[in-house]
Design a protein around this ligand. Structure first.
Ligand code: H79
Length: 475
C-alpha cells in the first residue's frame, strides 16, 4: 500500500495522515514507529539514513520575487511572496525585467551556511528554480538565469554548494518541475498563455516540449555541476503523469543514485512530504518531512514580520521528531542577499537550545506512546474541512533512542509526572541539560512517576531522560 500525498494545502495533508494511518493499521502494526514501508527497499533505506538522522533542515526561497517583496507598482500583492507574478498577473515581459535589477551585493554563501549550522540544522534546500521560471544557477538550457540575465553574474548555487562542501553541510535543490510561468509550455501561466487545460480537460500547451527543453536539462545540470546533491525537492506536480515523473526519477537515479527525491514529484519519491506547514496528528515510521515557513510567506515580503518565536520553533521541531518526521524550516532572503535579522536571531536562539539538548532530537525516533499528541473530539465535532476534529495537546513530547526516552516539557509537568504505562523497568531519570538526577518511583500500576524541580530549569523546554532496561519500549 502506498501512502502518498497530494501537494499543496491542508485537505491533502489531512488525507496524508488518514491514508498513512490506514496503511499502518492495515498492516496490523499498532504503533507507527514500528512500521516498515510495506515494500521494504534496502537501497532506499540506505539513501535515507542521513535524512532520518538529520531531522532539521533550512529551506531557502530566494529569487527575483525578493525585489518586489510583495508589492507591484505600489500595489500590495496579497499571499505568498514568491507567488507575486501569479497573484498580480504580471506579464512575462514585465516580470523578467526584474533580472536586470538583481544585484544582491551582500550575498555571502558562507554566512548562510553558518546560520544553518548555528541553528542546529543538518541540511539546506534552496530554490534552484521556482514557479516563476528564473534559475538561480548558470544554465545552458535557458538564459533566464542568475549568471546570464543579471548584473550580479554570480552562480548563487555554485557559491552555496562550495560553502556547504567546505563546511560539511548537505545541500539539496528545490526545482519546480511542472509550473513555469516564464515558458509558454510550462504549467501555471494562464494570464500570458491561457489555461493549461482546454474545456475538454485535455492539455493545450506543449508541456512535454517544456519538460524536455528546460526542466529535464536543468535538473541534469543541477546533478552534474554542483557536487553531491542531497535531494531534489520537486513541487506541485500538475500534469505530472507517472511516465513524466519517471523521466525525472531516471535522471536523478542515473546521475546521482544517492540523491533523495521528495514526495512531490508525481511518482513515488523516497519520502513523503506533508502539505505546506502541516504537521500530522500521529506518528509514522515512513520517512517524511514538513516544509514550513518561519513567518507566513516563503519568498521575502516586507510586510510579513510575524516571525515564529524560538519556543514555537522548538515545539514544532520536537513535535515533528516525536512523530518520526523532519522539519524543513524556511527563510526568505532579501534582494540585497541578507536574511532578515529577526528570523536569524530566532533560529540561533533555538540553535543554542539544540546545542545543549540535541541528543533528544538528532537521530531520535518517534514516541512509543502517542497519547500525548491529543485526541479526536469525543463529541464528534468536525473541523473546518468537515473532518473529525483533532484536539492537540502541547504539554510534552517524547522522542526515543534504544534504552532511552527523552521527555521534553513545554510547560511545567504535574508533580509527580506519570510516564505512560510500559513494562520495562526504569533504571535512571535525569535532566539532559546538566545530568542532574530526577527522583522517581515505580508505581504499582506499571506507571513510573518522577518529580521535576519547580520552576523547571529551562522554561522554554526542559528535557528529562528516562533510561530503561531493554532497547525498545514494551507496553
Ligand atoms: O514553494 C512554496 C510554495 O510557493 C509552493 N510550495 C511551497 C514549498 C506552493 N506552490 N503551490 N502551493 C504552494 C499551493 C499554493 C496555493 C496558493 Fe494560491 C498560492 C494559495 C494562494 C497563493 C493558488 C493560487 C491558489 C490561490 C492562488
Amino acid at each position: 500500500m502506498s501512502c502518498r500525498r497530494s501537494p499543496g494545502g491542508r485537505p491533502a495533508a489531512r488525507r496524508f495522515t488518514a491514508v498513512c494511518l490506514a496503511a499502518v493499521a492495515a498492516s496490523g502494526i499498532a504503533r507507527a514507529h514500528q512500521a516498515q514501508p510495506p515494500q521494504p527497499d534496502p537501497a532506499r533505506e540506505h539513501r535515507l539514513a542521513w535524512f532520518r538522522a538529520a531531522k532539521y533542515g533550512l529551506f531557502i526561497h530566494w529569487g527575483l520575487y525578493a525585489i518586489p517583496a510583495g508589492e507591484w507598482h505600489g500595489r500590495r500583492c496579497p499571499g505568498l511572496g514568491e507567488w507575486l507574478m501569479n497573484r498580480c498577473q504580471v506579464p512575462v515581459r514585465e516580470y523578467e525585467q526584474l533580472a536586470a535589477r538583481f544585484n544582491p551585493v551582500k550575498f555571502d554563501a558562507d554566512a548562510w551556511v553558518q546560520l544553518a549550522q548555528d541553528a542546529g540544522m543538518k541540511y539546506i534546500v534552496i530554490t534552484a528554480k521556482h514557479h516563476d521560471g528564473f534559475a538561480m544557477f548558470k544554465s545552458n538550457a535557458s538564459s533566464y538565469n542568475v549568471v546570464d540575465a543579471t548584473p550580479f553574474k554570480r552562480d548563487v548555487l555554485k557559491e552555496l554548494a562550495d560553502a556547504c562542501a567546505r563546511r560539511g553541510m548537505r545541500l539539496g535543490f528545490y526545482y519546480s518541475q511542472s509550473q513555469d510561468w516564464h515558458e509558454p509550455g510550462g504549467a501555471g501561466n494562464t494570464w500570458d498563455f491561457g489555461p493549461d487545460l482546454g474545456p475538454d480537460g485535455r492539455e493545450r500547451k506543449d508541456y512535454d516540449g517544456y519538460l524536455r527543453s528546460k526542466a529535464e536539462p536543468q535538473v541534469r545540470e543541477l546533478l552534474t555541476r554542483y557536487g553531491p546533491v542531497a535531494l531534489i525537492w520537486f513541487d506541485t506536480p500538475r500534469s505530472m503523469t507517472p511516465e513524466r515523473g519517471q523521466r525525472f526519477a531516471t535522471i536523478v537515479r542515473t546521475l546521482q543514485p544517492s540523491t533523495l527525491i521528495d514526495g512531490r514529484l508525481g511518482t513515488e519519491g523516497d519520502y513523503r512530504s506533508t502539505g505546506d506547514n502541516v504537521v500530522p496528528d500521529a506518528a509514522s515510521g515512513l520517512a517524511w518531512e514538513t516544509p514550513a515557513t518561519i513567518n507566513h510567506t516563503w519568498g521575502y515580503r516586507t510586510d510579513d514580520t510575524d516571525w515564529k518565536a524560538p519556543g514555537t520553533i522548538l515545539f514544532k521541531l520536537i513535535d515533528i521528531v516525536s512523530k518520526g518526521g523532519n522539519y524543513l524550516l524556511n527563510v526568505g532572503p532579501m534582494a540585497d542577499g541578507l536574511i532578515p535579522q529577526a528570523s536569524q536571531a530566532n533560529l540561533r536562539t533555538a540553535g543554542r537550545w539544540l546545542r545543549v539538548n540535541g541528543e533528544a532530537v538528532y537521530a531520535a525516533g518517534p514516541s512509543p506512546f502517542g497519547e500525548e499528541f491529543g485526541e479526536y473530539s469525543a463529541r464528534g465535532a468536525l473541523d473546518v474541512r468537515g473532518q473529525k476534529l483533532f484536539l492537540p495537546q502541547t504539554e510534552w513530547r517524547v522522542t526515543a533512542k534504544p534504552g532511552r526516552l527523552y521527555f521534553t516539557f513545554f510547560n511545567e509537568p504535574r508533580a509527580p509526572f506519570a510516564i505512560p504505562a510500559m513494562r520495562n523497568r526504569v533504571t535512571r531519570v535525569y535532566r539532559l541539560a546538566d545530568g542532574v538526577d530526577v527522583p522517581f518511583s515505580a508505581g504499582g500500576d506499571g506507571r513510573t512517576t518522577f518529580t521535576l524541580d519547580r520552576p523547571m530549569p529551562d522554561p522554554m523546554a526542559t528535557v528529562v531522560v528516562v533510561a530503561y532496561e531493554g532497547s525498545a519500549v514494551r507496553r
